[in-house]
Ligand binder design. Structure first.
Ligand code: NAP
Length: 265
């Protein structure tokens, strides 16, 4: 039996196990997807242990996406982003990848949104903002990063080609932008929104990384303004799809994974 899994802390509410196990069933792969919650000082032991136990692959989530990089070999893209969320143990040392980028790009592709030549505003400067800013920049969009803690936005913008940065008040650039990405936790389990509804308009594509609830207040307001919306479950789905394809070498049963994921939300 192949064994895949997720390390993070906490991971008890992860949606990944049912999504991946539905894919194994659909492809007749004998495998399990397990969650592991090591303490923050046990990351090296966890990676070494996983390699010693012949675990095939691990996803990585908060708070270990940076910490694991010391114990594996990041591929060039993960190295450039500075975060790993997927490890392949078939190599020695294990190789680390960032499939959050694929998650963002494939979410836009799935909705037939052309990113090349667009102007995008990313709200937030944490892990998701980082993946989103690189994904959109690599696809040819110009990026503005607006974050509550402005120095973090400035620091991220320095790493992303051509990106600009500002404090949260610069979110008013959404009024003339093509794409809005909410990469903050604002709206998670709440009706708060990261951007006033007056900034939203019909020519906007709004992607909300938050997926609890799937239809956030931001997405409801965007829809009411006539904007195109993409919910956070699409990113979660496609980072998992990319990991499945990489680990198993098989085409992912995307519809099956999507249905299994959305059933958990
Ligand atoms: P993170 O690294 O902790 O970054 C959080 C960001 O949110 C920071 O930029 C922070 O600003 C900002 N923020 C938090 N509270 C705020 C507030 N009240 N007002 C304005 N900005 C605020 O988190 P992350 O890993 O990027 O995740 C962000 C969210 O994305 C999560 O909460 C989760 O809902 C979602 N997520 C989605 C996926 C997916 O696949 N769809 C994957 C991972 C996470 P400061 O810098 O000022 O603190």
């Amino acid at each position: 039996m192949d064994v895949y899994g997720l390390i993070g802390n906490p991971v008890t509410h992860s949606r990944s196990p049912p999504m991946h196990e539905a894919a194994y069933d659909a492809r007749d792969i004998t495998a399990r997807y397990v969650t592991f919650e090591p303490s923050e000082d046990a990351v090296e032991a966890a990676i070494d242990g996983a390699a010693a136990l012949d675990i095939n692959g691990l996803n990585v989530t908060i708070p270990f996406k940076q910490a694991v990089m010391e114990y594996i070999d990041p591929d060039p893209l993960a190295g450039r982003i500075g975060a790993v969320n997927m490890i392949d143990f078939e190599t020695e040392p294990p190789t680390g990848y960032n499939t959050d980028i694929d998650g963002v790009q494939r979410a836009f592709d799935h909705h037939d949104i052309e990113l090349n030549g667009t102007e995008a505003v990313v709200i937030g400067a944490g892990g998701v903002a980082r993946a989103a800013a690189f994904a959109l920049s690599d696809a040819g969009a110009s990026i503005h990063i607006a974050n509550r803690t402005e120095p973090k936005a400035t620091q991220l913008a320095q790493a992303v080609p051509g990106a600009t940065a500002g404090g949260l008040q610069t979110r008013d650039r959404v009024e003339s932008a093509d794409i809005l990405i909410n990469a903050t936790s604002v709206g998670m389990e709440s009706t708060e929104t990261p951007v006033p509804r007056t900034h939203l308009h019909a020519n906007l594509v709004v992607f909300d990384a938050v997926y609890t609830p799937v239809e956030t207040t931001l997405l409801q307001q965007a829809e009411a303004a006539g904007a195109t919306t993409i919910d956070g479950a699409w990113m979660l789905l496609f980072q998992g799809v990319t990991a499945f394809e990489h680990w198993t070498g098989e085409a992912a049963p995307v519809e099956v994974m999507n249905a299994a994921l959305r059933e958990t939300l």
